[in-house]
Each structure stands twice: as C-alpha cells, then as structure tokens.
Design a protein around this ligand. Structure first.
Ligand code: ATP
Length: 247
C-alpha cells in the first residue's frame, strides 16, 4: 500500500442471491499509471471483481458486497456507476456492447460526457483515431458491420472518450485471432504509457496478458491464489503448467 495507489480493494466478498459466494475476500491494488492483470479461468470471479469496482453489480438482483473499494483514497462502494465514471474510471464490458445501429463516430459521441465541448469531443475523437486508424476509415459505417476486432477497438475508444484515469477491460482478446490480440494489446500498452491511464485487464489469455502488464493477480474459485510481477509469474512452474498451457 503506497500513496501512489489509485485503486485499493480490500477483503471484498460478493454474494449473489444471498447464497452464492462468487468472490471470497479479494484484495488488490492498482497504482497510478500502473498496468495490472487479473487472470483466471471461466467463472473464477474476474468479471464480478470488475463489476464491483465499476458499480455494475446489480443489487436489485441480489448481489451483496462486503469489504472496501477505495479509488483515489475515497470509498466508492456507496456510489452508483455514473458517479464512478465521473470520478475517472471506466469499464469496458466483456462482449463489447457497442451500439450496432450507430456509426463508430456516433458511438464515440454517445460516450462523451454531455457537459463537454464540441472541440474537446473532436480532439478526443482524433486521438482515438490515431490509436485505431481503422475506425477512422470506417467512421461512417454502421458499427454492426465492423469486424470483431474493430468492434473491440471501438469499445476501447469509447472508454477513452470519458478521459479516464483507470480503464478496466474485461476479456478484450475474446474471439480474436492471435495477431489481432497482439495488435490490440500493444495499443492498450501505448495508451497506458502515453496517456498515463492505469489499466486493469481481465483475461483468460494469460500468456498474452503477462507480456504487457507489470503485475498480475491469479484468481481461482473466488480467491486470489497468487500475485506478483509479470516476469516472475512467467517463470513460475505452476503458472506455466496451469495458466500458460505448459509452455
Ligand atoms: P467469465 O470468464 O465467465 O466472465 P469470471 O471469472 O469473470 O468468468 P464471474 O462472471 O465473475 O467469473 O462469475 C463468478 C461466479 O459467479 C460464477 O460461478 C458465475 O456463475 C456466478 N455469477 C456471475 N454472475 C452472477 C449473477 N448475476 N447471479 C448469480 N451468479 C452469478
């Protein structure tokens, strides 16, 4: 726990429908400008962890959270999702969830805060197009016609329109060919370094994630079972066997 922490999650438990303990005392930290991964198999509790941070767990559907989540030193659990976005965090959901009937440009506009100026919108849009030139080429096509990779680029671009300090990405590699995964991960890293945006990356693709992050947490069955620097984890025999496919 250093003063440079942007996000600190301590002993968080999430119970669904009063009975199902989906995460069981998860603690993790993301520093300012940091790049951190949360790795684990299907159902391990990664998405639940991200939703707890971004405020997208649905209490009306029986999700109950215990523990603390601090962002910039402030307890955010009582805040709703929009208030958390206003504080500087954004969550790119698994499966992209873009507006398919809108063009990429209009998707970017929909994500841009309504209080912002037209000039700021254009600056941010051009910045997104600098990272993802393919979106510019397709800016006037309905987004439903974009490829899976282009839709993922748009989902990330849309998140950047909120000028976040922390961007949380849920499985950006899902369904993409290996070369495209590398391309998108390289751009995520560039965004991290150039914009000083902290990144919390949830992935089942551990080998690709461990190539770009500084630190990673391994989650199994709702517990953090190990964490460490990416280069240390890559050398760990258990990580190699269970997360890197015996590489
Ligand atoms: P995935 O890769 O499928 O997203 P994950 O590691 O992100 O996996 P979670 O989605 O966080 O895992 O799910 C953790 C556990 O909680 C799973 O057993 C899942 O079935 C359960 N779960 C998730 N959402 C709900 C919900 N709304 N109500 C009840 N149980 C849920």
């Amino acid at each position: 726990a250093t003063t440079d922490n942007l996000l600190t999650m301590s002993n968080v438990e999430v119970v669904y429908d009063k009975v199902f303990l989906a995460i069981k005392g998860v603690s993790l930290q993301v520093g300012k400008g940091d790049m951190v991964a949360l790795l684990g198999a299907n159902g391990a509790g990664k998405s639940t962890t991200l939703k707890t941070i971004s405020g997208l767990l649905a209490p009306e559907r029986g999700a109950v959270t215990r523990g603390t989540v601090e962002f910039q030193g402030r307890n955010i659990l009582p805040l709703g999702a929009p208030a958390r976005v206003a504080l500087g965090m954004v969550h790119v959901l698994e499966g992209r969830r873009i507006f398919e009937h809108l063009t990429p440009e209009d998707n970017l506009l929909a994500a841009f805060p309504s209080r912002g100026s037209r000039q700021r919108f254009n600056e941010l849009k051009e910045q997104v197009f600098t990272y993802f030139p393919r979106l510019k080429e397709r800016a006037r096509t309905k987004s439903g016609y974009l490829s899976g990779g282009e839709q993922q680029m748009l989902a990330i671009g849309r998140a950047l329109m909120t000028e976040p300090e922390l961007i949380m990405l849920d499985e950006p590699s899902l369904g993409l060919a290996p070369l495209l995964v590398q391309e998108i991960f390289a751009i995520i890293r560039e965004i991290n370094q150039q914009q000083k945006v902290s990144v919390l990356l949830v992935e089942q693709n551990a080998s690709a994630a461990l190539e770009i992050v500084r630190h990673a947490y391994l989650i199994e069955n709702g517990h953090v079972v190990m964490d460490g620097k990416a280069e240390v984890l890559r050398q760990n025999p258990d990580v190699q066997e269970f997360y890197l496919g015996g590489a």
